[in-house]
Design a protein around this ligand. Structure first.
Ligand SMILES: Cc1cc2nc3c(=O)[nH]c(=O)nc-3n(C[C@H](O)[C@H](O)[C@H](O)COP(=O)(O)O)c2cc1C
Ligand SMILES: C=C(O[C@@H]1CC(C(=O)O)=C[C@@H](OP(=O)(O)O)[C@H]1O)C(=O)O
Length: 392
């Protein structure tokens, strides 16, 4: 399975093409729209989310809500394009009228300056920001929705949630310390993470309100837990076959993500071996299992069969309403950076995007290992493999 996205933030459309989804998977627009709506919620976002109601249209690869095995094209319209139709017109030549709202003073922390230097966009850094904008993550979440549907067919569930926003810890925090697997299972089973993603708790709201009043921005951490993956996906044999490495790359590939860890992650560096390794047990019903999940579900780049626990670090939003020092790319004079309409924080959306990225990487691993032509055959093969593992 592979995918590509296309689209500028204020251009007419966002597109994703996915290749390699097996035939026979049932998927509706509602399945995707539900995930798109989760990405749009979250306290602290700017006014753009009031303009957009992200809804998907299937253009190819699906017939009567069932995948055909051919490339799937997903399309989300940018409602805000109406306000930018001249400035973003793909089919009209540049005129003095449609090249207004130029961005000449790059924002520290955004892609403006380096993107401009790399692609020679010295006349307008908008040519960079339109694609470097996290608007593109709409389509990753849409692709992730298809991946989540595929994974659900084999009992794999992926949840993303907020750990903290700046100094404010989510009220989930005590419960996500995964002291032992029982506790972790309790968390993943008993929480409606959709509700959590929709609402920030009071402490978080307070931090965001204070940050907004100060014309500042704030980041945080998100965590994704995936349950139900069989052991042995990914491999230790070569660096580029390690599934934890692929997930790490997918997480850091999300806009503003600057760190990633599995299980106890960085905290494990302060502990001793007997506090970190996950002891091995066996019983007839389950086969091999672990007494803890400090390593986040990976050994040797392979799934252990325990929950996959991935955490990502999200930096604060670069655009500041009280802008920092920058330099005009035309005059080379000192200036405050450009201001574009912006979020105060997007950590809640980031949790939903991280969830989508983990789901995509897990789906790729499943489709690499098992039949990718037909969903029923894939499920049969997964069942046979699980039984083999149970008897090992
Ligand atoms: C959901 C989401 C929303 C974002 N919203 C904004 C925003 O409103 N303004 C902004 O300057 N950056 C925003 N960002 C961050 C930038 O897209 C990101 O910092 C930029 O593309 C540079 O990439 P890098 O931070 O990965 O180096 C957002 C990121 C995410 C994940
Ligand atoms: C559009 C989205 O996020 C955008 C991400 C973003 C950035 O620079 O990354 C800048 C802002 O764009 P605008 O100036 O149009 O408001 C955010 O709103 C979205 O998440 O759907």
């Amino acid at each position: 399975m592979r995918y590509v996205t296309a689209g500028e933030s204020h251009g007419p459309e966002e597109i994703a093409v996915i290749e390699g989804i097996p035939a026979g998977l049932t998927i509706s627009q509602e399945d995707v729209n539900e995930q798109l709506a989760r990405r749009q919620r979250g306290y602290g976002r700017g006014d753009r989310q009031k303009i957009e109601t992200d809804t998907v249209t299937f253009l190819t690869g699906i017939r009567h809500q069932i995948t055909l095995g051919s490339p799937i094209t997903l399309n989300v319209h940018n409602d805000d394009h109406n306000n930018w139709s001249k400035i973003m017109a793909p089919n009209e030549p540049a005129t003095s009228e449609n090249t207004l709202r130029k961005v000449m003073r790059p924002r520290p922390g955004h892609a403006d300056l380096v993107g401009g230097m790399k692609y020679r966009h010295h006349d307008d850094l908008r040519n960079v920001l339109e694609r470097s904008s996290a608007r593109e993550t709409t389509m990753r979440v849409a692709v992730g929705a298809v991946a989540k549907k595929l994974l659900a067919e084999i009992g794999v569930d992926v949840h993303g949630f907020v750990v903290n926003v700046g100094p404010a810890k989510s009220n989930m925090n005590d419960l996500i310390k995964y002291k032992n697997l029982q506790e972790l299972r309790k968390v993943t089973e008993s929480f409606d993470t959709r509700a959590l993603n929709a609402e920030a708790d009071e402490a978080i709201k307070e931090v965001i309100d204070k940050t907004k009043r100060a014309a500042n921005t704030v980041g945080g951490q998100v965590q994704v837990i995936a349950t139900g993956m069989p052991a042995g996906l990914g491999s230790y044999v070569s660096a580029d076959t390690k599934l934890d490495a692929k997930i790490a790359s997918a997480i850091v590939g999300i806009n503003a993500f600057k760190g990633v860890q599995f299980g106890g992650g960085f905290e494990n560096s302060e502990k001793y071996g007997d506090q970190v390794m996950d002891e091995i047990f066996w019983d007839e019903g389950r086969g091999f299992y672990r007494g803890s999940d400090n390593l986040g579900g990976f050994e040797g780049g392979m799934t252990t069969g325990e929950a996959i626990i991935v955490r990502g670090v999200v930096k604060p939003i670069p655009t500041l309403y009280r802008p920092m020092q920058s330099v005009d790319i035309d005059t080379h004079e000192d200036h405050r950076a450009s201001i574009e309409r912006s979020d105060t924080t997007a950590v809640t959306a980031a949790a939903v995007i991280a969830e989508a990225m983990v789901a995509i990487e897990l789906s790729k691993a499943v489709l690499d290992k098992f039949d990718a032509d037909n969903i029923e055959r894939m499920k049969e093969q997964v069942a046979i493999y699980r039984e083999e593992l149970r008897k090992f």
